[in-house]
Design a protein around this ligand. Structure first.
Ligand code: B16
Ligand code: MG
Length: 216
């Protein structure tokens, strides 16, 4: 089994349990616009940037809005979201993540974050993981949203590794596609029927050991 040089972690839905908070906030905006929006619709927005998510919600309702109006909606969504995540603590780190990070460290595998979220610094600080990664690439530093591979390519480049030397951990369809588009190996964290394009899928990072990297 050949081990990767680095793992690049998606944030929302892999390291922290923020998916319900994104859903609550988007649902409030969709309700305001009378656009039907459920958890299945939310699945399609995972990993997608804030502005692109708003555009997709408007498209679901067959609506068009100006850029200024879109900014008003996304600002409101973010205020609802930030209000929820401001109460986050170390308890909001998803099961198995801390042990998995320890296991990687013990095996000399570097760790990075590759997230679409502009709230990444706030979240990592709130849960006490702001010093845990070799590099953090977030939504403030990229031009193209997942499924574009930019966020992961930047992370690999900053660590000095080729994409083929890195494994991406992702909970979103858009994120798995971004990893594959960048020529990374990808482990999906979630449902196999949603993340089937990934090289391997695990339900969560609980009790995941080094064998995860076999047959990738
Ligand atoms: P923000 P990830 C993504 O984070 C979320 O999955 C997605 O739902 C969200 O719209 C996006 O970040 C932008 O987040 O509004 O906080 O900038 O999964 O790539 O870590
Ligand atoms: Mg995610």
């Amino acid at each position: 089994m050949s081990l990767p040089k680095a793992c690049i972690f998606d944030l929302d839905g892999v390291i922290v349990d923020t998916v319900p908070a994104h859903y609550i906030a988007w649902k409030a905006i969709a309700d305001e616009l009378d656009i039907p929006f459920n958890e299945e619709n939310n699945e399609q927005l995972k990993g997608v940037s804030r502005t692109e998510s708003m555009r997709r919600i408007l498209a679901m309702g067959g609506m068009e809005k100006s850029d200024a109006e879109i900014t008003t909606f996304t600002d409101r969504k973010n205020a609802i979201y930030v209000d929820i995540i401001s109460k986050m603590t170390r308890d909001d780190i998803l099961p198995g993540v801390l042990d998995f990070l320890e296991m990687l460290k013990a095996n000399n595998i570097a760790v990075a974050v590759g997230s679409s979220s502009k709230n990444t610094p706030t979240i990592l600080k709130a849960v006490g993981l702001d010093q845990a990664f070799a590099t953090i690439v977030d939504g403030n530093q990229v031009t193209h949203s997942k499924p574009d591979p930019e966020v992961f390519l930047k992370g690999a480049d900053r660590m000095g590794f080729a994409p083929t030397e890195c494994v991406v951990l992702e909970d979103a369809i858009s994120g798995v596609e971004a990893a594959l588009n960048g020529n990374f190996k990808c482990i999906g964290v979630g449902e196999p029927d949603v993340l089937g394009k990934a090289h391997k899928v695990v339900p969560n990072l609980k009790n995941v050991d080094i064998e995860i990297f076999s047959d990738l």
